[in-house]
Write a protein that binds this ligand. Structure first.
Ligand code: NAP
Length: 257
């Protein structure tokens, strides 16, 4: 069985921590990011495994297609869709190019890469897709005073897609996980000029530990910083209850006469 993992956003933070851990476990790697020097540095530091570097920009259709082609043709045992940007801003003030970049990197890229990888993994009978989202996926009901300016930071989409896809692929040998860290000590916030160094943060390495342990536990939604897993079960049970409660009859509160 091949042990070949493709990790996007492998030049820093969580993606780099995945790459380090997977190399230590003997996986060959395809590493994606825009900063080619960092990818090459990683490859040079890990001669014990085969590292292919792919300098691609996942905010463009060309970049996504280039990586998707690799996902479709290489015998991946693991795909980690991790690349991400934040651009926290009120939606009306978010420049169109930044909104487009966010949607491409956070939504289009994971969708297209997963789509490209999945049938090959199915044919080989075994493999895993990890989509990195975030605890913001749970933050929809939070008031603006608690979670401002994040409407397009689309953790929620990766979250919903991964859960549904996991069910869709049940019994095929393809496992899907959505990884939802809280605040992590990486370059993520400083790259948009936010200093979170005073905020208690999890390490990227611990996030990777949670992901890999979550796979052993069979968890689809992995929340590394949530101690009580029953809280997650309660969210999913409430989602299902609301979904199951729908009916073709107009609900009383919407009737005007
Ligand atoms: N840090 C947190 O607090 C936190 C919390 C929850 C979820 N997350 C999620 O975790 C993931 C990893 O973030 P991180 O915290 O490790 O941040 P990071 O250190 O800033 O890493 C982000 C990675 O994404 C890559 N990337 C960004 N835009 C790209 C593009 N257009 N094309 C290709 N690669 C691109 C970057 O590589 P290049 O710049 O070299 O292209 C970098 O390797 C993100 O999806 C983020 O949303 C982070």
């Amino acid at each position: 069985m091949s042990r070949l993992a493709l990790v996007t956003g492998a030049t820093s933070g969580i993606g780099k921590a995945f790459a380090e851990r997977l190399a230590a476990q003997g996986h060959d790697l395809v590493l994606v990011g825009r900063r080619k020097d960092r990818l090459e540095e990683f490859a040079a530091a890990h001669p014990e495994v085969t590292v292919r570097t792919l300098a691609a920009d996942l905010s463009t259709d060309e970049g996504i297609d280039e990586v998707a082609q690799v996902c479709a043709t290489e015998p991946l045992s693991l795909l980690v869709d991790n690349a991400g940007v934040a651009h926290y801003m009120p939606l009306a003030e978010l420049p169109a190019d930044k909104a487009r970049e966010l949607a491409h990197v956070e939504v289009v890229a994971p969708t297209m890469l997963t789509r490209a990888a999945v049938s090959g993994i199915q044919d080989r009978g075994e493999g895993t897709i990890v989509n990195v989202a975030g605890m913001s996926a749970f933050s929809g009901p939070a008031p603006s005073s608690v979670m401002p300016r994040r409407a397009v930071y689309a953790g929620r989409l990766a979250f919903a897609m991964s859960q549904t896809l996991s069910a869709e692929l049940e019994g095929t040998g393809v496992r899907v996980q959505v990884l939802c860290p809280g605040v992590v000590a990486t370059e993520f916030h400083e790259r948009q000029a936010m200093d979170l160094s005073a905020v208690p943060r999890m390490s990227a390495d611990e996030v990777v530990t949670a992901s890999l342990r979550g796979l052993e536990l069979g968890e689809v939604v992995v929340a590394p910083g949530v101690e009580d897993a029953r809280l997650l079960d309660a969210v999913f049970a409430a989602d299902l209850a609301a979904f199951g409660a729908q009916s073709p009859k107009l609900a009383t509160r919407y009737r005007t006469s």
